[in-house]
Design a protein around this ligand. Structure first.
Ligand code: DGP
Length: 120
């Protein structure tokens, strides 16, 4: 599978679609999901062209991987999620229900999130 330069997050990274960044640095962009599934629902994406967690974990540089996970920690802290807990989701491919083929983590919290999987 090759990276689709026309996916929505690629367009956000090019500034063709607006977003309100919570983090914007050399390697990472974080912003709120347009259709939040919880009171806190933040997406963390690498700026590099990676399709999925598999692609990113296999090919990203150590610098990119470190920056990405530091950003995850920053969002968890900035959104005050540590005390009550939260969930991090990486959808991948058809069975994973991934809609946007640019790697992203969903960080969800702010209320009890229920069971881990709902196959609807
Ligand atoms: P996934 O199914 O894991 O690929 O989730 C993609 C998420 O991206 C979905 O929860 C909605 C969100 N999303 C799609 N388009 C936009 C957009 O233009 N802006 C923002 N902020 N979020 C978007």
């Amino acid at each position: 599978m090759t990276y689709d330069n026309n996916n929505i997050f690629a367009k956000i990274l090019r500034g063709e679609i607006p977003c309100d960044p919570l983090i914007d640095n050399d390697h990472v962009l974080a912003f709120r999901d347009i259709t939040p599934q919880a009171p806190v629902h933040v997406l963390v994406i690498p700026k590099g062209s990676y399709i999925s967690i598999e692609d990113f974990s296999a090919k990203a540089t150590s610098e990119e991987i470190t920056a990405f996970h530091r950003a995850v920690a920053q969002i968890i802290q900035d959104e005050n999620l540590s005390a009550m807990g939260f969930r991090v989701i990486a959808n991948a491919g058809a069975h994973g229900g991934q809609e946007v083929p640019h790697y992203h983590l969903h960080i969800l919290g702010g209320e009890p999130l229920g069971s881990m999987l709902a196959k609807t």
